[in-house]
Design a binder for this molecule. Structure first.
Ligand SMILES: C[S@@+](CC[C@H](N)C(=O)[O-])C[C@H]1O[C@@H](n2cnc3c(N)ncnc32)[C@H](O)[C@@H]1O
Length: 251
């Protein structure tokens, strides 16, 4: 298995830690993603690559009928344990297990970069009804925060982040123009250890060897235990949630 495939499939062994330590998504980002549908009615929404249900839970809380699709068995089990009132299906973005034109929206949280994007977009176009929306979103550290920018520098690994701007790929004959919006967000952490636990759920940490992971963990902890922003009890990690959306055009 190549490194990309290994990383895409790396989350399951830490599914419980993932559910515990990763951030959710701001409700304003979810609403903006769905805004082109122009209705406050209950929508048929898919959370594609749903993981343990971070985005799924936000969609359910907004009152939508939600189908969560996730290929990793451990991640999907964790989702089923934590999120109720959801249809949970095993499946990949490249072969979405629902019929044509049955979804009002397909949302993807922090996962679009793991897909074979051309195939996935073809599949997303197939399952959406005309006028439906696709939206991909990512939680990013807000690097206007000096302590966080420094923390990111010292926690980098020999394996790079995979995330790229998806505008080029999402510009596709089945979809209208790609729009982008950024939302402020925050992730409450109780202690330095909790933020280190979050970083350890990222694939770049999951696939490096124990020696490299151990050394980075020590550096991160030493930094967080001495910085005034993070060494005096609970603190917020400032995030920006970046959302890209496009509307399915008629055939
Ligand atoms: C970083 S997690 C994001 C999970 C969740 N959406 C969230 O926001 O927390 C990436 C997820 O993408 C899933 N994934 C990886 N490759 C995939 C593919 N080809 N199709 C669908 N999901 C995939 C992984 O199993 C993992 O659960």
């Amino acid at each position: 298995m190549d490194l990309h495939a290994r990383r895409a499939d790396s989350f399951g062994d830490q599914a419980e830690a993932y559910a515990e330590h990763r951030p959710d998504y701001p409700v304003a980002a979810i609403r903006w993603a769905l805004e082109p549908l122009g209705t406050s009615e209950q929508l048929e929404v898919m959370d594609l690559a749903a993981g343990t249900g971070k985005l799924t839970a936000g969609l359910v809380a907004e009152g939508h009928r939600v189908t969560a699709v996730e290929p990793n068995e451990q991640m999907l089990s964790e989702l089923v344990r934590r999120v109720h009132d959801v249809r949970a299906l095993p499946g990949h973005a490249e072969h979405i297990p629902v019929p044509d034109h049955t979804m009002d929206a397909v949302l993807v949280g922090t996962a679009f970069h793991w897909f074979d994007q051309a195939k996935a977009l073809q599949e997303i176009a197939r399952v959406l009804r005309p006028g439906g929306v696709v939206a991909a979103m990512w939680n990013e550290h807000d690097l206007d925060s000096a302590w966080l920018a420094e923390f990111d520098r010292l926690s980098s690994t020999s394996v790079e982040s995979q995330r790229q701007d998806p505008t080029g790929v999402m510009t596709h004959p089945s979809f209208g123009p790609v729009e982008r919006r950024t939302f402020p967000h925050a992730h409450r952490r109780e202690s330095p250890e909790a933020l280190v636990a979050t970083v350890n759920t990222h694939s770049r940490m999951l696939v490096v060897d124990d020696e490299e992971r151990g050394a980075i963990n020590e550096k991160m902890l030493a930094f967080l235990r001495t910085r005034p922003e993070t060494s005096n009890g609970p603190f917020d990690v400032p995030l920006r949630t970046e959302v890209f959306r496009a509307v399915r055009v008629s055939e």
